[in-house]
Structure formats: structure tokens, C-alpha cells
Design a protein around this ligand. Structure first.
Ligand SMILES: Nc1ncnc2c1ncn2[C@@H]1O[C@H](COP(=O)(O)OP(=O)(O)OP(=O)(O)O)[C@@H](O)[C@H]1O
Ligand SMILES: [Mg+2]
Length: 308
């Protein structure tokens, strides 16, 4: 994919302190026009806080930030008209219907009344929700509410889409619909910033990844670059009870780790794993190329309490 080199988002040393919690410790990152950037990191890493700083709902306590060349702390209005946000929580008015919710939001963001109704109907169809136009929010399923949050984000015809965990809790069919739509926006030249805990989702959607941990950027690159740097090769998953027998055959450039009651071995070549099976007579539960998930676990694989 090509990017024009224009920086849509530029953050330099962005910090945020909530009383005694430091959520962001001087983050530097950029989002270029036309790219889909994945912001990954454990629960509590600071992803939603960073997103809040981008459109002025969270007031940063340090650093420089610009979105379309404007500082969100001073000029949130100019930015809001150009970005579509799917926040982590849907924040829809449960008492109103689907159409009324969208109409209310269209008015709030200044979409002219004459064009709003038509645009809402088009977007409901785009998100496969046209049959729910007059249903109340409380009668919708979780996946329908999530799709409606996309409709709301698209009402302003945004140049920048910010998606905070867009597919959490969704069934695979809805997830694929959302991926298709996001890839469509990306291919139209829109810029996308997405957070997710699904590493496969990040690989499907993003051309570049930033990994945030404890409020700090700890790594960035394309999915391929990160895999090649931190977790190259192939991974074999073996039953945990075979660990002792397998350990007798490990080479020095192989890496081992335990995951979900399985003993895992990462090797530079696929043949290393097939030969290991032959020599030991132990069949792997799964053999696969190393993925972004391996990178993520390697870089952020500390105790759960460290981000809480
Ligand atoms: N309004 C707030 N008041 C106080 N602390 C907050 C507030 N919002 C966030 N925090 C704290 O800031 C840190 C970062 O939270 P944030 O929601 O940005 O994480 P996150 O990366 O989005 O996590 P998740 O993956 O769980 O959504 C956490 O320690 C959180 O408890
Ligand atoms: Mg969050």
C-alpha cells in the first residue's frame, strides 16, 4: 500500500496522569495518511487513554499532540468533524430507536437535516442493519449495537477512523463483515487507527503496529518486521507431559515456552519440527508459522498485575 507521507496524527512525549496513576509515559508515535495503524497492548496499557487524548475527551498532562495539524486540547471541534470514532463502549441511548439515535447524533455533529435521513439509511444498509431501523436500542444484540456504532462513526464521512476494540465479543460472521468494511475504508484512502486484543485481526487489517505497555511505546513496525525481529520461524505445540522427552532434543537456537497447558517450541525451520516428531515419536498438537501473537506474548508477557 502507498502512503503519501502526510502525518495525520503526531504525538511527541504524550503523557497522562490520573491522580496517582500514570496512564501514558511520554508516547511518541505517528499515523500517516492512508495507513491502518494497530495499537496493541495489555489491559490498562493506555490505549483508550491515548485515543481519548486524540479527540479531546481526555486532557493530556504533557507532550505535544496534533491531529490534522490541530491540537485536540485547543481545537477539538475542528478535529471532531473529520474523524469517526467507534469507542470501546457503544454509548447509545437505550430508550431511543436506531434511527432516532443516529438522527440525534447527526444533528450533534452538524450533518444537515435534509441529507441526514438518506445518509443514515444508506449506512444502515452498509452495516446490514436496515431491518432494525425502527427497533429500540435495548432490543438489539451486542453485535448489532457494535455495527450501529460504526454507522454513527461514518455519519460525518470521516477522513480518519478510530476504532477501539471494534470486534470484541462479536461472532465470526459479524467480525468478518467489520473487517471487510474496514479494509474497504482503508482502500478508499481513509486513515485508520485500531486497537484490538486479537492478533489475527491486527495482521489482517494493519500495515503497521505499535505495541504499548505500561503507557510506553515498546515496539513498532509492520507485522512482518515484528515477527522477523522478535519471533521468526515456526512454532510446534506439544502436550505438556511430553516436555521432558522433547527437551533432550532441543537445539541451541530454539526457543521454548508454555502456553495453555502445552509445551511450545519455536524453531527457525519447519523441518526442525517435523524431524523432532520423527526422532521422538511425539506428534505435535499443532505446527504453524510464528505470528504476531508470538511477538506480543514475548514483548508483553509479564505478570497480569503489572498493568493494574
Ligand atoms: N478516568 C480515569 N480515571 C482514573 N484512571 C483511569 C481513568 N481512565 C483510565 N485510567 C487508568 O489508566 C490506565 C490506562 O487505561 P486505559 O483504559 O487507557 O487502558 P487500555 O489500554 O485501553 O486497556 P483495555 O485493553 O483494558 O481497554 C489504567 O491503569 C486505568 O486504570
Ligand atoms: Mg481500552
Amino acid at each position: 500500500m502507498t502512503t503519501s507521507g502526510t502525518k495525520i496524527i503526531e504525538a511527541r512525549g504524550v503523557s497522562k496522569r490520573f491522580d496517582d496513576v500514570v496512564a501514558l509515559h511520554g508516547c511518541d508515535l505517528e499515523v500517516q495518511e492512508g495507513e491502518c495503524l494497530g495499537l496493541l497492548g495489555p489491559n490498562g496499557a493506555g490505549k483508550s487513554t491515548f485515543i481519548g487524548c486524540l479527540y479531546g475527551v481526555v486532557e493530556r498532562t504533557g507532550g505535544e499532540l496534533s491531529v490534522f495539524g490541530f491540537d485536540p486540547a485547543k481545537n477539538a471541534r475542528a478535529i471532531k468533524a473529520r474523524i469517526g470514532i467507534v469507542p470501546q463502549e457503544n454509548a447509545l441511548d437505550e430508550a431511543l430507536t436506531v434511527f432516532e439515535n443516529m438522527q440525534l447524533y447527526a444533528r450533534f455533529v452538524g450533518v444537515p437535516r435534509q441529507t441526514a435521513a438518506q445518509r443514515i439509511d444508506e449506512l444502515l444498509t452498509h452495516m446490514a442493519l436496515e431491518h432494525k431501523r425502527d427497533a429500540t436500542i435495548k432490543s438489539l444484540s451486542g453485535g448489532m449495537k457494535r455495527r450501529l456504532a460504526f454507522v454513527r462513526a461514518l455519519l460525518v464521512d470521516p477522513e480518519l477512523l478510530i476504532l477501539d476494540e471494534p470486534t470484541t465479543g462479536l461472532d465470526p460472521t459479524v467480525r468478518h463483515l467489520i473487517w471487510e468494511r474496514v479494509i474497504g475504508y482503508r482502500d478508499e484512502g481513509k486513515t485508520v487507527l485500531v486497537t484490538t486484543h486479537y492478533m489475527h485481526e491486527a495482521e489482517v487489517l494493519c500495515n503497521r503496529i505499535v505495541i504499548l505497555d505500561n503507557g510506553r511505546v515498546i515496539s513498532m513496525g509492520s507485522p512482518r518486521e515484528l515477527i522477523d525481529e522478535y519471533a521468526p520461524g515456526f512454532v510446534g505445540y506439544f502436550p505438556l507431559e511430553t516436555e521432558r522427552r522433547l527437551r533432550a532434543h532441543l537445539a541451541s537456537d530454539w526457543t521454548t515456552f508454555e502456553q495453555g497447558r502445552q509445551f511450545c517450541i519455536r524453531t527457525p525451520n519447519f523441518e526442525d519440527l517435523t524431524e523432532l516428531q520423527q526422532v521422538t515419536g511425539i506428534t505435535a498438537v499443532q505446527l504453524r508459522p510464528a505470528s504476531l501473537e508470538d511477538v506480543y506474548l514475548k514483548l508483553t508477557g509479564h505478570g497480569l498485575d503489572e498493568n493494574e
